[in-house]
Design a protein around this ligand. Structure first.
Ligand code: TXA
Ligand code: MG
Length: 334
């Protein structure tokens, strides 16, 4: 007798094997990671990677993260593997940490947008790792959303944004971390934080010492991920320091870390974590934004969270979601 569980396992394996073939043949597969869903293609195949930009409708070629299923596979696509990389990888891989290192020739220019460096990470998700292993190639993948929109943390979000454009969507349920990886460049003049994310920078510094944090200058992004307006919802969004200062608009929704003192005046309230846990809040952030955005409100008011640990990444995403359409977007950059 074959149990329902075994049938499920067989189905999951067949699905993964099919998706791996799609990747090897130059197709695109959306897959779950612990951070957000990625839109993947064979990182060694420039035409397959071009499909990603087409599907995402990116106004320009932004560099993509190359996902690997082992450290050895990562070492094959870079020219250098400094001691800092070794230490960071030993501690944080698989996990939400992306390292930017000098690229090897096997990585086509379209992946790195012509930069001499490549961003690398090994995701902590069994389906992602199995898919990359089965495909046998490194997988280039940005978040599986249209350019500038909210990152997807469920397969439903992916389908909503990309629909039929992608060859296959693998469902792995909601993402555990819920916010993109931390991006650190290991440049000659020391490590530099390019994007706050799922690995708190404090934890990185505890291991390797100080990490430079360039001021966020929206006109001169250190990496394209620093674009001022990103993670936008259709509904205008304001960020305030404290719930008590939350401006009251007609037909507005409140996004807050902990249960609010008063709900009056808001048509909808999204609480990111009943206990105020920043890890739980990060995991819920994008799904809560999707829900509020779907209500067709006049405004979303988001209350800043404490600026420590994952709180930095959450505040960073809120700040960018708050920029109005008149502010610089990717299309406006030089
Ligand atoms: O958690 C994540 O990182 C997710 C999942 C799918 O792995 N991926 C993701 O990819 O967020 P994307 O394309 O949305 O963001 C990639 C970030 C951007 O900020 C990009 O500018 C930066 O990495 N990046 C990529 N390659 C770079 C490079 N060579 N130099 C500097 N920044 C780079
Ligand atoms: Mg993205």
């Amino acid at each position: 007798m074959i149990s329902g569980f075994e049938t499920e396992m067989v189905r999951a394996n067949v699905e993964l094997a099919e998706a791996a073939v799609i990747l090897r043949n130059g197709g695109t597969v959306a897959f779950p990671t612990e951070t957000v869903y990625g839109l993947g293609a064979n990182a060694l195949d420039p035409q397959a990677v071009a499909r990603i930009f087409e599907i995402k409708q990116r106004p320009r070629f932004d560099p993509l993260i190359v996902h690997v299923s082992s450290v050895a596979q990562g070492q094959q696509v870079v020219r250098e593997w400094p001691d800092t990389a070794r230490e960071l990888v030993r501690r944080f891989w698989p996990g939400p940490l992306t390292l930017v290192l000098p690229k090897a020739d096997v990585i086509p220019d379209i992946v790195t947008a012509g930069l001499p460096t490549v961003a690398l990470r090994m995701p902590a998700h069994p389906l992602a790792l199995a898919l990359i292993t089965e495909a046998g190639v490194p997988v280039a993948a940005p978040s599986a959303n249209r350019f500038g929109s909210i990152s997807p943390t469920t397969s439903a979000h992916v389908r909503m944004q990309l629909g039929e454009a992608v060859d296959r969507v693998i469902d792995g349920g909601p993402c555990r971390v819920g916010i993109e990886s931390t991006v650190v460049a290991l440049a000659e003049d020391g490590p530099m934080l390019l994007r706050a994310g799922g690995t708190p920078v404090e934890e990185i510094e505890r291991l390797i010492g100080p990490v430079q944090r360039p001021g966020v200058d929206p006109d001169r992004p250190a990496s394209p991920g620093q674009l001022a307006r990103h993670y936008a919802c259709r509904t205008p969004l304001s960020v305030c320091e404290d719930e008590r200062e939350a401006p009251v608009f007609p037909r507005s929704g409140l996004l807050t870390l902990r249960p609010p003192l008063k709900r009056a005046g808001f048509e909808a309230v999204e609480v990111l974590s009943e206990m105020g846990d920043l890890r739980e809040a990060a995991a819920n952030l994008f799904a809560a934004l999707y829900r509020l955005d779907a209500l067709g409100l006049d405004r979303i008011v988001a209350v800043k969270v404490p600026d420590v640990g994952l709180g930095r990444a959450i505040n960073d995403r809120l700040r960018r979601a708050a920029h109005e359409a008149s502010e610089p977007t990717g299309a406006d950059l030089p």
